[in-house]
Design a protein around this ligand. Structure first.
Ligand code: ATP
Ligand code: BTN
Length: 319
């Protein structure tokens, strides 16, 4: 998607027809360039209606991210929000630029989104909330092991405030009826003693095309499919930042301990039998007891109670 394609899309966002001539004149480009921009928009998965004599119309207009409105709603939480049209990965960009404490970067379109363990995170223009937060902790990386879980709790609280019930799957997935709605990717730079520069990346699906669903190798869902009131991306973005701000400040002082109980209540496999795939490829089975103050999962196994750090571990439920 070129800058011209974004400019054209913004004009079409009112859902009305606009003639090619008017758009080209307004943007000071040729009709041929406009035609290419329309093709780029369609290639990005956005449907356009084209009617001879009337022009172009966006079939299903979406809500753009709005920096000023979000900053105003957040009040004095100290975040500096930037919204860009296209970024490869909001996590990569904040890491590359050593972004300052409390910088938030959201992207309308993320082209190379990343999940844990080098996996891919799919996102579509207008259909996803993709953003990252830079946060600096005075403490070392060891102190941060429960940060992903604390972040998932902020997401759970924010969704609840917007009327959406979700569960968390250890360590970093947001689920609705066992379908993945969102995920968290925490990346850390710094030494063991601190300070530590952390990037917290969050992806939430708002609407998913058939094509996107097919390209994801697990059951997925989106806000539009599970919520009657369908909060917009800006509303959920503000709600998440607001909850996350409070949780990060408390986490900085007290670590993960104060969140343990609430987190376990939101865990989709609490008390249930699960199977863990360890980095060695070995499987471990047991019943989930909860999580400890470091965010490690506690399992009751045939060998007694064992704890596992999230690292490269994947958890799956058992029938
Ligand atoms: P685990 O953390 O237990 O290994 P996981 O399989 O969900 O769980 P993650 O690394 O957390 O793995 O997330 C990346 C995975 O998420 C991808 O491999 C893909 O299956 C899935 N995925 C990618 N994009 C999306 C999306 N937009 N919505 C939901 N799921 C997605
Ligand atoms: C996962 O489930 O493995 C984590 C997915 C995290 C996706 C978000 S989208 C914004 C940020 N930028 C990325 O490249 N990844 C995270």
């Amino acid at each position: 998607m070129t800058p011209l394609a974004f400019s054209m899309l913004r004009i079409l966002s009112d859902g009305q027809f606009h003639s090619g001539e008017d758009i080209a004149k307004g943007l000071d480009v040729s009709r041929a360039s406009l035609c290419n921009a329309a093709k780029a928009i369609e290639a990005a998965g956005i449907e356009l209606d084209r009617i001879r004599g009337r022009g172009y119309r966006m079939n299903r207009p979406f809500e753009w991210m709005e920096r000023e409105a979000c900053m105003e709603k957040l009040g004095n939480k100290g975040f500096d929000i930037e919204i860009r049209d296209v970024v490869d990965s909001t996590n990569s960009e904040l890491l590359r630029t050593n972004a300052p404490h409390r910088k938030v970067l959201a992207a309308e379109l993320q082209t190379c989104g990343r999940g844990r363990m080098g996996r891919k995170w799919e996102a579509e223009l207008g259909g996803s909330l993709t953003f990252s937060i830079a946060w600096q902790f005075d403490r070392g990386a060891g102190f941060l092991s429960g940060l992903g879980l604390a972040t998932s709790l902020a997401l759970k609280r924010a969704m609840q405030a917007c009327g959406i019930e979700i569960f968390i799957k250890w360590p970093n997935d947001l689920l609705h009826q066992f379908r993945k709605l969102g995920g968290i990717l925490i990346e850390v730079k710094g030494d063991m003693l601190g300070p530590t520069f952390v990037v917290i990346g969050i992806g939430v699906n708002f609407s998913l095309s058939e094509k996107a669903r097919e390209s994801i190798d697990q059951a997925v869902t989106c806000i539009d499919a599970i919520s009657a009131c369908k909060p917009g991306r800006n509303r959920l973005f503000v709600a998440i930042l607001s909850e996350l701000h409070d949780i990060l400040e408390q986490f900085e002082r007290e670590g993960f301990s104060p969140f343990r109980e609430e987190w376990s209540e939101c865990h989709v496999y609490q008390g249930k039998p699960v199977r863990l795939r360890l980095p060695s490829g070995k499987m471990e089975e047991g019943r989930v007891i909860g999580v400890n103050e470091r965010g490690e999962i506690l399992l009751e196994t045939g060998k007694g109670q064992l704890s596992f750090a999230s690292g490269e571990v994947s958890l799956r439920g058992m029938a």
